[in-house]
Write a protein that binds this ligand. Sequence first.
Ligand code: SAM
Length: 237
Amino acid sequence: MTQLYSSLAKIYHEMYQHIFNYDEEFDFYDSILKKNGCTRILEVGCGSGMLARRFLKNGYNYLGLDLFNEMLDIARTEVPAGTFVQCDMRNLPFSGQFDAVLITGRSISYVTENRGIIDTLAGVYKSLKNNGLFVFGVFEANGIFNNLTDFEQVIEHNNKRIQRTSKLTMNLETGWTYDWYAKYMIEENGEVAEYDDYTTLRAFTKDEILLFLKLAGFEVLEILDEAKTMTFIARKF
Ligand SMILES: C[S@@+](CC[C@H](N)C(=O)[O-])C[C@H]1O[C@@H](n2cnc3c(N)ncnc32)[C@H](O)[C@@H]1O
């Protein structure tokens, strides 16, 4: 499993403020939630709380959930008004209490086995009120596997320089899975620290997700396709 959300959690938090556009992401979720009259929401894979802050500021009744305590520690510091729980998305304990469940930041990519996907969707279904909304994004398998190239990112955050070199290789053990090796070089005050990180991620074809959703009892309302990602908006049926 990756170290990005445990020993490297602080680096994640610093880097992704420059990689993800959280304002845009919030606006996207906000418009769907408003359109569907959803106020009580669960964010799965809430990470360091960057969306939590925005949901709370805009009056949502919000609960954030993540697997890693190191991410939740940052979220609790960054968003003291927030409520956050540690839990594996494959084992959600809720029952009929949310208007909407969001799995943000394509966090479901870390669930690489069919059993885990089935358990996650069953837990989301159970967590929702009748007709509740489920929104989540995934990596799209064709987009990923047609262009499995190495890449480099350099982020300047305050007086820190974070350089990440990523190598992607096919895995295909449990689905459209691929291995991500990342080397981090972090330069601060003239000192350089290096870390290696390994993880496996899963991409999906559209048909796979549609079948998983159908088997879990969801009705699909909309699919948003981008070059390497897809976002699904579904309703508990
Ligand atoms: C790419 S980050 C996205 C975090 C946050 N949504 C954001 O946009 O910054 C993926 C998140 O999924 C969480 N995660 C990975 N596996 C998980 C699991 N099985 N259950 C719950 N959270 C998980 C990680 O700890 C991490 O915070």
